[in-house]
Design a protein around this ligand. Structure first.
Ligand code: AMP
Ligand code: MG
Length: 294
């Protein structure tokens, strides 16, 4: 049984095998949609929307599940020295990568946006969220697809299905074994080649693999490439020398944050903090498309 839906601004595909596969698929899709309704910064009833609207005025009582996710995101900001930061929405908005003809914002626009970014201006206390500055806003685009993949995997297991594949915009969770009766084989997209051309395959069973790549969403101006993963220190696209990072582990939420952070930090700096994440290995691809597993 397989289902594909548009969710979280990307494509999600769930495949389930064996008894109860249809029910498991449907429940997993509903679970991903439920998470989108909690975390989307665009859906007016979401927790994140409510926070973004009023957390500068007074503390916003927040759904406990969302609060827990935010707490871990802030820990990860601290661990990574701010390379991973969920408060970059004002910056993301001035870059407006999703527009039909994106262009590089002025230095003033970037500096103005940066002045209202920064996880240290986000206060989490007693289940409430508040902002120290007006104009602040959260964007969990670097973490929530992974979180959703974990929750979908839980729902599928609960429905009694052992073999399944979850793919939420490149956040893959592989349960049990593939129809070929062996570990799932996942191809890692070659950054410079056509979609579906892999530079390496990895085998997964009850594990996740999450990739952050600058080739996913970008535009070019004056011969320079600008992509969607931001360096909070500069306000420009991260430029650590990597073009892709894939992270393998048991938690897709952790792997998602780790892939974004590693992309921003580069492999050497990330290696210093790797053990503070619940992840196993990562594969980094540099600008010359050389790759290494750590
Ligand atoms: P990913 O594809 O998981 O690496 O996430 C990229 C998305 O995360 C972007 O589209 C932004 O929504 C958000 N993002 C960009 N830069 C950062 C960053 N430095 N820290 C956290 N999230 C980020
Ligand atoms: Mg990520």
């Amino acid at each position: 049984m397989s289902r594909t839906v548009m969710v979280m601004d990307t494509v999600a595909t769930i495949e389930c095998y064996g008894d109860n596969a249809k029910e498991a698929c449907d429940k997993a899709i509903s679970e991903i949609q439920r998470i989108e309704l909690l975390f989307s910064p665009w859906i007016e009833t979401s927790e994140i929307y409510k926070i973004n609207k009023t957390a500068h005025l007074s503390p916003v009582k927040t759904d406990p599940e969302v609060f827990k996710v935010l707490e871990r995101c802030i820990e990860v900001s601290e661990i990574t020295g701010g390379a991973f930061d969920i408060t970059l929405k004002p910056l993301k908005d001035v870059w407006n990568m999703k527009s039909e003809s994106p262009k590089v914002p002025s230095k003033e626009e970037i500096d103005e946006a940066l002045s209202i970014c920064g996880y240290e201006n986000l206060v989490l206390k007693d289940g409430c969220v508040s902002f120290k500055k007006e104009g602040m806003a959260l964007d969990l685009g670097g973490a929530v697809k992974g979180y959703a993949a974990d929750r979908a995997a839980e729902v599928i297991k609960k429905a009694g299905v052992k073999n399944a594949l979850i793919d939420i915009g490149g956040n893959v969770y592989a349960l049990g074994e593939s129809p070929k009766k062996r570990e799932w084989k996942i191809g890692l997209q070659h950054p410079a080649k056509d979609r579906g051309e892999y530079f390496e395959t990895i085998e997964l069973s009850d594990k996740t693999c999450v990739t952050s790549g600058s080739y996913e969403r970008y535009f070019e101006q004056d011969g320079k490439v600008y992509h969607h993963i931001m360096d909070p220190k500069t306000g420009y696209s991260a430029d650590s020398g990597l073009v892709s990072v894939s992270v393998v582990g048991k938690s897709s939420f952790e792997a998602d944050m780790a892939s974004t952070a590693a992309f921003v930090m580069g492999q050497e700096k990330f290696l210093e903090v790797k053990d503070d994440f619940d992840i196993e290995t990562f594969i980094a691809v540099d600008k010359t498309n050389n790759w290494k597993r750590y």
